[in-house]
Ligand binder design. Structure first.
Ligand code: ATP
Length: 236
């Protein structure tokens, strides 16, 4: 279980996130919605230890305190990030990209087993193992990015705008893939602009406005909420 309690992030004088509390259980998909600049990416960066700002508050994964740990130690603790823009190596093959994801000590010893698990999760990656990633479609590259994050054997997978630039059809496929990750008992925390498709597969969601978590509810209730519909679902 990932628990962020009263997390505040400051960039100089600017508070990008204030007293934010968010949690993600095992086998749960949680979506963070909010306008541009609300603080969504900052929250994910704070959790994964790559935030340039000053982070205060309590961030724990299964009881281990993550606040203040170096990014690689956070991966070792079981939290993986798929950054915005995917962060894959376009000149390397699928297999090479996946292998690079296994640097975490929790994965290194079981690299073969982990690779087999990722291939069984995403059989297309096994078929395309030798393909240069830069020659793949956006949807396929996103699958490589998720596969690479899965190579660290995470208990929580976090993703920053994974559907960005994908067609509705490819986004649907992406979200279905995340549902398969959830089925392994892994918690998924994602920031998404595509509220409609992400809420359709999510269990719960949070709304962030002006650095504050202003609302949280089940995904089903959020989809029915008139304010959410007007702001994020293009209804009304
Ligand atoms: P978007 O949907 O546009 O990515 P977001 O909700 O993810 O928005 P953040 O990227 O978390 O927003 O940014 C929150 C606020 O913090 C913004 O005002 C942004 O300009 C500011 N900010 C983000 N990163 C930095 C940084 N490294 N230095 C200074 N300010 C920053």
């Amino acid at each position: 279980m990932l628990e962020l309690s009263n997390v505040t992030v400051r960039y100089g004088q600017h508070r990008a996130l204030e007293n934010a509390s968010v949690n993600v259980g095992k086998g749960e998909i949680v979506v963070i919605l909010g306008a541009n600049g609300a603080g969504k990416s900052t929250l994910l960066k704070a959790a994964s230890g790559i935030c340039e700002g000053v982070v205060t508050g309590d961030i724990r994964l299964d009881g281990t305190t993550l606040t203040g740990l170096a990014a690689n130690r956070i991966v070792d603790a079981g939290l993986a990030l798929v950054p915005e823009g995917r962060g894959v190596f376009p000149d390397l093959t699928v297999r090479e990209n996946l292998t690079l994801g296994a640097y975490a000590s929790r994965a290194r010893d079981n690299e073969k087993m982990t690779l087999d698990r990722v291939y069984s999760l995403f059989p297309k990656l096994a078929e395309r193992g030798k393909q240069i990633v830069g020659t793949m479609s956006g949807g396929e590259q996103q699958m490589v990015a998720i596969g690479r994050a899965m190579m660290s054997n995470p208990t929580i997978l976090t993703l920053d705008e994974p559907s960005l630039g994908l067609s509705p059809l490819l986004s649907k496929e992406l979200f279905q893939n995340l549902a398969r990750v959830r089925a392994l008992g892994i918690g998924v925390l994602m920031v998404e602009q595509n509220a409609k498709q992400s809420l359709a597969i999510a269990d719960r969601g949070y709304l962030i406005e002006n650095a504050h978590v202003v609302h949280q509810d089940s995904a089903a209730n959020l989809m029915r909420d008139p304010a959410v519909q007007a702001a994020y679902l293009g209804v009304g």
